[in-house]
Design a protein around this ligand. Sequence first.
Ligand code: G3H
Ligand code: 13P
Ligand code: ZN
Ligand code: NA
Length: 280
Amino acid sequence: RLSSTKDLLADAERGGYAVGAFNVYNLEGVEAVIAAAEEKKSPAILQIHPSALKQGGTPLVACCISAAEQATVPITVHFDHGSVKQELMEVLELGVNSVMVDGSHLPFKENISYTKYISSLAHAKGMTVEAELGRLSGTEDDLTVEDYEAKLTDVNQAQEFIDETGIDALAVCIGNVHGKYPASGPQLRLELLRNLYELASKSGVFLVLHGASGLPKELVQECIELGVRKFNVNTEVRKAYMDSLKTPQTDLVHVIAAAKEAMKAVVAEKLDLFGSTGKA
Ligand code: G3H
Ligand code: 13P
Ligand code: ZN
Ligand code: NA
């Protein structure tokens, strides 16, 4: 059933687990996430990146909403990385359950005013709002230590950001990256996460971790213990899909079914890992 993203996160907070938000690009992706959530009796979030929206348009959003409505488990539809104001204004009309206001490319004060503005419009429509503080990027091996540190979420700024913007969820930058992690493995600042959780939870704000693809099991579990309630997963599901498409098989229906199954397997494994299995 179509649910509220805030409710899913609040349930996860009470239960001490996290909800998976999976980037979807087409019907197969949507069905894969729902099938895994149904099988695992788990809540899940269907997440649409601006590039996916550009490709799939309003039919993709309608597909997500309709699939969520028909599901027996709680599902929500979320707009990911809304860094362009005009795009967000359009998305607010589409009836998604939540949006990420991504002002992380802006200077701190501008990020606040951008997030605050969109947040008030989204809240007026009953939507849940996520925003990012700090600057998350792709794997960057060539950053100086100072540049790297400057991109992490600052605890003092986080308090002001939460107070000023009225957001429901905060995407943190603690060394997490989109896509692959360096061969040496992820270096997450767990002490920073602990401090961010302490202040966010006092304000009733839920923590989100982008870039969950490539995080080892133990680290995911530690992050949940330290308060992460939403993990964004894109690369691993997309890779399973694309690898599956590299088949000599020529029966299109078979190719589609196999690709869907490949994505479903990754999602199901993540739901177990996030601890949301059985929580629907
Ligand atoms: O969050 C941003 C997009 O989902 C890109 O993710 O690292 O898998 O390209 P990616
Ligand atoms: P990954 O591609 O690393 O899973 O990150 C996904 C993400 O953060 C989407 O917003
Ligand atoms: Zn992201
Ligand atoms: Na990642």
